[in-house]
Design a binder for this molecule. Structure first.
Ligand SMILES: Nc1nc2c(ncn2[C@@H]2O[C@H](COP(=O)(O)OP(=O)(O)O)[C@@H](O)[C@H]2O)c(=O)[nH]1
Ligand SMILES: [Mg+2]
Ligand SMILES: [Zn+2]
Length: 425
């Protein structure tokens, strides 16, 4: 048997942040998930879960051997015992939080964004984008399957509503208290052979931990010691606030003139969406002890969803905002163009919903407004139940990948280059 610790330590980060409970720990303290069927009943996770343990035996490949003699592969946090993907031990994390009111389009946006990133990052930016933990990403993969790989291209597909309990959350027992934690999605983003930083594998790579909450989790009073599902906000490198103009009465009025989308006439109008932005800001200020007058340092991107329904109001085309970078085989992001669109969109938002702009800009220094459409097309009313569906054949996402490209370009050095548009005056 080889000495495992030094071998495994090679290429590991000095400190690891648990993507579930945000405790920091040293990689040698990581627990392993036992495989032997007799080793059940984990004290944190309950009777049905495999017990977590600190190993003293390893096989030749550096995998731990559990007390029942089985080889183990999965790792777990020493504090909350939830599974931690191996890439989180090797790569710098990129925490991205998605926030928005119920039915603003979070699930559809997430599915279209990841599907587009899987295509666009390798094709144009010399980056690979892969599931760092296929089990954790199962729900999102299922969404992508239904929308983009559906064998029945004409079926009317509706993505299941994000539940406040269930798929997106784990419940952990800490002493006498049950604590609910969010279940992130994990993606590894690494330079491929065409990328100029291909030799800086670790420094130019990130593991993105992406959090989606049910909109209801942002209601005031829902953030408690027992319900920590939105605490990722305090760790977030980038906050994506999704704003749906079709839910705003004033915007909706204007949309009616330019859109056939049934949501514009029929879907219920939700609470004022900037109250969710306020609540998000409040929670971040409270947990990071940020004074009211001080602005938050991380990027805030206001993703304005369902662009297909209101594009007649923006009056600008949205071509791909990337071009070949000088001297390179890969493309860079034309951030100047994205900012130009952001400025135009802000003018439009200011006209119909100035409170949203003021809330966003009083919270963060750096706000970018990005129009997106997850589907590129209005949904249809379901014939046999409430809600809407969309036919996979019609789906053409518009700019669904752009918010994340902006995050990678501005927040992760050496990944997505910025190109300067020489035509710009
Ligand atoms: N027109 C249009 N409708 C959309 C788009 N994305 C989502 N929707 C509709 O918005 C509704 C809510 O979307 P969903 O992603 O489930 O919202 P969530 O509750 O925020 O996760 C659904 O009925 C979708 O059909 C879009 O890009 N364009
Ligand atoms: Mg949802
Ligand atoms: Zn943890």
């Amino acid at each position: 048997m080889k000495s495992n610790v030094n071998e495994v330590r090679m290429g590991l980060r000095g400190r690891v942040i648990c993507p579930h409970c945000w405790e920091e720990f040293a990689p040698e303290d990581i627990l392993w998930v036992s495989e032997h069927p007799s080793l059940r009943n984990d004290p944190r996770l309950g009777p049905d879960e495999a017990r977590r343990f600190l190993p003293d035996r390893f096989d030749l490949d550096g995998n731990a051997i559990d007390p029942g003699g089985q080889v183990c592969k999965r790792l777990a946090c020493p504090n909350c015992h939830l599974s931690v993907p191996r890439s989180n031990l090797e790569l710098q994390p990129l925490f991205v939080s998605i926030v928005g009111s119920p039915a603003c389009g979070k699930s559809y946006f997430l599915a279209s964004m990841t599907w587009r990133l899987r295509n666009v990052l390798p094709q144009y930016f010399g980056l690979t984008f892969s599931d760092a933990d296929p089990t954790a990403n199962a729900l999102l993969n299922e969404y992508e399957e239904q929308q983009f790989h559906n064998p029945d291209q004409d079926a009317l597909v509706k993505l299941a509503k994000t539940q406040e309990q269930g798929d997106l959350y784990d419940e952990i027992r800490f002493d006498q208290q049950i604590v609910r934690l969010p279940r992130p999605f994990f993606f590894a983003i690494r330079p491929s052979a065409e990328h100029p930083n291909r030799d800086l594998q670790v420094r130019a790579s990130r593991v993105m931990c992406l959090y989606d909450n049910a909109g209801e989790s942002f209601q005031p009073g829902k953030d408690t010691a027992a319900n920590q599902v939105t605490r990722h906000l305090t760790r977030s490198d980038s906050l994506l606030f999704l704003y749906d103009p079709t839910q705003d009465p004033r915007f909706r009025e204007a949309c009616r003139k330019v859109s056939q989308d049934p949501q514009v006439n029929e879907a219920p109008v939700t609470t004022r969406q900037e109250t969710i932005l306020h609540e998000m800001a409040d929670r971040i200020r409270r947990h990071t002890h940020l004074p009211q007058h001080q602005k938050h340092a991380s990027q805030l991107i206001v993703v304005v969803t369902k662009y297909d329904a209101w594009k007649g109001l923006l009056k600008t085309e949205l071509p791909h905002p990337w071009r070949k970078a000088l001297d390179h085989s890969i493309h860079g992001l034309d951030l100047g163009f994205v900012k130009k669109v952001s400025k135009q969109l802000r003018e439009l938002l200011w006209k119909y919903t100035p409170e949203l702009c003021s809330s966003a800009e009083s919270f963060a220094d750096d706000v970018l407004y990005i129009p997106t459409s997850a589907t590129g097309h209005a949904p249809e009313k379901l014939p046999d139940g409430p809600g809407y569906g969309i036919r996979p054949r019609k789906i053409r996402p518009i700019w669904a990948e752009v918010p994340l490209l902006a995050v990678l370009c501005r927040g992760c050095r050496g990944m997505v280059a910025q190109v300067v548009n020489t035509d710009e005056k």
